[in-house]
Design a binder for this molecule. Structure first.
Ligand code: ADP
Length: 797
């Protein structure tokens, strides 16, 4: 039967007093831990529950074990104190509390259990210590629920600062002060212990200030107080005094939040620095734009003189050699101006300062004008230029035709440049927009420029769209160019909502494709649009204009006056905005050409005063003459009340177009243009044109001039006739070309047309046609040239 006998009770066992088995069994059966300690503070015995509540002592409990060792063991398991000295001090404090203990005491273990400990002292100084698990009762109240639910460490003190309760988080925050979390301790004990065990030494002063407050506390910390931890982390303390004077202290580990705060501050600083850097960059970019605008102004003003004078020079009779020099100089000046314009364009695109000017246009017309522009240059090289369009390109769409033209001129220009032989095809068609149901009025305009030229290696294809990049370093030497054209074209296409793509292989040619979304314009809308844009009534057409020119630069004055007079207009010139204001009442002017930068009063100020004057001329068309080619300048001019802007150097055709637009005068025919077809039924000699010429150069200079013209014409015609059997008729193009302007300027209409046809045939290398036209030229020169001397005699007589 011995097998069924339960093991002897522990307490009893260890005491070796087998005469009281009943007491031992009783103690073991309790749910309260019990431990008997003798006068020398040695453990005499313990029950089963003690082992369950304090598993950290397992294997170490033995009779005669000192209570100090027991304490040590307890703190080792329940508080992480690494500092040996501090550890001993904590243990000693625990033992001292034990020695002085009379009342029950509540504390929480690391595992979250709340234990209520009591002590029973016997007369000989030995004692019985018991621990009851009161976790359930302890957690019952709402406050308890809050305390266990929050992520803050919470400790409650009564109005006198006596400890009431602490939650589990508090033990995590101050693991080395957990032994204080029981009644009998005060807030001051806690603060001291926190400072000693957990806080950084430099916080001692702050803690001292907290400690020095009398109870009940009237001055809880106003704002959350941040305290540094010994290990570098951060804690935050809040205090709340409740109505009964009791105190709630809340502790939060803010180490992570602080780290985030710091990285946020770092980020903020970075953002601030970046913003400043961007502002500096923008200011630099603005300064660059301003510099370029000034430069362009400074370069364009003298260029105005150069180009204007060269243009005039080409129209007067000169020895062949000098004419050639003038032609070359004119070409170089035009090329220089194109480079300045490219640099300006790319700067404006970079600064986002190009604004589009959407207008109705017919793509087919635009393409035809481009073909006409390049036809002579292409013919000169024996390359074929084709245009393929479908019917949809005859319809009207809306886009910025000037910018689209700029893109195409660049692409076709490149194709011509890089295609030594073969052909270039411009192909245009439209496609439905991406979502035709949603946008029925939108089409996609596709324009391809295909060439059979040198092609572009694959690895260069992405690069050539970058500014200042050419596919081959030797290209600059061979073909010239700045490497800006494609960069500008691509950015313009993107600005217009489209793109440019490229397919090419070395030796097999290239195809550049421009694809743009373009709204379709219906006929009625177009009508309304053109009516609203019509600047002058049709009745003002066909009459010479009376123009007031306000311009302070003498060379510019001479150029513009000569151009205007040549076109048959009357010009009255003043040198400042103020003089313009004074001149207006004196004469019924049709239009004002107004320089912007003038002394005394600039063009903008003068325009504002004219517009505000309420006088009959308050609505007179005013055209700005400016060397600032930037878009924002144009906006400023329009805002001041000007109607249009003409960029210097003044381009003759643009000037005449603008005059026609605002003054109703029909545009004079261009002096040259290889695309024009001979017009039949024109008089051999244009009397009106001759009258304009006399007006421009004056009666006195006429006889000399006519003599030189007759000499120059005779010399060139003889020269051409002598070389009619030349091996390469293209050599005859230069003298034939010179004849065009000579005949054109001196009213010899029929000869003018004939010389144009001859120049084209020479370019095309068509020997048969050249031979035939030379025959005609000789005969007609003999017949028509005397008309010029007769007219001159009639005038001078
Ligand atoms: P630019 O022609 O003024 O040098 P672009 O930006 O217009 O500048 O062109 C950049 C480079 O792209 C050219 O120098 C050339 O190397 C290459 N390229 C452009 N178009 C063609 C083409 N049609 N065929 C061959 N190479 C081309």
């Amino acid at each position: 039967m011995t097998a069924t006998v339960p093991p002897p009770p522990l307490l009893f066992d260890q005491q070796d007093t087998s005469d009281i088995p009943f007491v031992g069994a009783l103690l073991d059966s309790m749910e309260t831990a019990a431990c008997l300690i003798d006068t020398d503070e040695r453990i005499i015995g313990w029950n089963r529950c003690y082992e369950a509540f304090f598993p950290e002592h397992e294997g170490q409990l033995k009779r005669g074990w000192s209570y100090i060792d027991n304490m040590r063991n307890y703190f080792r398991a329940n508080a992480e104190i690494t500092d040996a000295k501090l550890f001993e001090e904590t243990v000693e404090a625990g033992v001292a509390r034990h020695r002085n203990m009379r009342d029950p005491s509540l504390f929480q273990k690391r595992n979250g259990r709340w234990l209520n400990s009591r002590i029973y002292w016997f007369a000989d100084g030995s004692c019985l210590k018991t621990w009851q698990d009161v976790t359930r009762q302890h957690n019952r109240t709402a406050t308890d629920l809050f305390m266990e639910g929050t992520d803050r460490g919470v400790v409650l003190f009564d109005a006198n600062g006596n400890f009431e309760k602490a939650n589990r988080v508090m033990g995590d925050i101050f693991p080395r002060a957990v032994d204080l979390f029981h009644p009998g301790t005060t807030y001051l004990d806690h603060l001291r212990a926190y400072a000693e065990t957990t806080l950084a030494p430099h916080e001692a002063e702050t803690v001292a200030r907290l400690i020095n407050r009398p109870f009940p506390i009237r001055t809880p910390v106003a704002r959350p107080l941040q305290l540094r931890r010994l290990d570098g982390g951060w804690l935050e303390l809040r205090e709340r005094v409740l109505f009964d004077g009791s105190l709630q202290t809340l502790w939060l580990d803010i180490t992570t939040a602080k780290a985030l705060e710091k990285s946020n501050a770092d980020l903020d600083r970075l953002v601030h620095e970046l913003r400043e850097a961007r502002q500096t960059a923008e200011a630099a970019s603005a300064a660059k734009s301003a510099f370029l605008a000034t430069m362009s102004h400074e370069i364009r003003t003298p260029m105005n003189g150069v180009l204007g004078m060269l243009g005039l020079l080409r129209t007067v009779p000169l020895p062949a050699e000098a004419l050639d020099y003038a032609e070359t100089a004119h070409q170089s000046a035009t090329a220089l101006l194109a480079i300045i314009d490219d640099v300006l364009d790319i700067t404006k695109l970079e600064a986002g300062r190009i604004t589009l000017e959407p207008l109705p246009f017919r793509p087919s017309e635009l393409l035809r004008s481009i073909v006409a522009l390049f036809a002579p240059r292409v013919a000169e090289r024996g390359v074929t230029l084709r245009l393929q369009t479908d019917a949809s390109l005859e319809l009207v769409y809306q886009s910025d035709p000037t910018r689209l033209r700029q893109i195409l001129v660049n692409l076709v220009g490149n194709a011509v440049k890089f295609t030594p032989s073969g052909e270039i095809t411009i192909c245009g068609y439209t496609e439905p927009a991406a979502d035709p149901a949603a946008t029925p009025d939108l089409a996609r305009l596709v324009l391809e420029v295909r060439d059979t030229g040198i092609g572009i290696p694959l690895e260069q294809q992405a690069l050539i769209f970058d500014r200042f990049t050419q596919s081959d370093q030797s290209i600059t030497r061979r073909f010239g160019g700045t490497g800006l054209g494609l960069a500008i074209s691509r950015e313009l296409a993107q600005l217009m909502g489209g793109y440019i793509s490229l397919a090419s292989a070395p030796g097999e040619g290239s195809t550049f494709t421009v694809s743009l979304p373009v709204p379709k314009i219906d006929a009625a809308a177009l009508e309304a649009l053109t009516n609203s844009r019509k600047p002058a009534p049709a009745s003002t057409l066909d009459r010479p204009l009376s123009i007031l020119l306000a311009e302070d630069n003498e060379i510019n004055q001479r150029v513009v006056i000569a151009l205007l007079r040549k076109a048959g207009h009357q010009v009255y010139c003043v040198a400042s905005g103020r003089d313009a204001l004074e001149a207006l009442p004196e004469h019924a002017f049709d239009l004002v050409l107004m320089d912007i930068h003038m002394p005394e009063m600039d063009g903008l100020q003068a325009t504002r005063l004219i517009r505000a004057s309420g006088k009959p001329w308050a609505r007179i068309p005013i055209i700005a003459l400016t060397a600032d080619a930037l878009d924002e300048s144009r906006q400023t001019h329009l805002a001041a009340g000007m109607n249009d802007t003409l960029a210097k150097p003044i381009d003759r055709d643009k000037l005449l177009q603008t005059l026609q637009r605002w003054g109703g005068k029909p545009e004079a025919p261009a002096a040259q243009g290889a695309d024009a077809k001979p017009e039949p039924a024109r008089p051999r000699f244009d009397q009106a044109r001759f009258a304009e010429l006399v007006d421009t150069i004056g009666r006195d200079a006429l006889p000399d001039l006519i003599d030189s013209v007759i000499a120059a014409v005779t010399e060139r015609v003889t020269d051409i006739a002598l070389h009619r059997h030349a091996a390469d008729v293209r050599d005859l193009h230069a003298p034939a070309h010179q004849l065009i302007s000579l005949f054109g300027n001196f009213a010899l209409t029929r000869l003018h047309d004939l010389s144009r046809r001859l120049a084209s045939a020479c370019l095309a290398g068509n020997r048969l046609e050249v031979a035939q036209l030379i025959g005609e030229l000789e005969a007609q020169t003999a017949a028509d040239l005397p008309l010029l001397s007769e007219a001159a005699q009639a005038v001078t007589a």
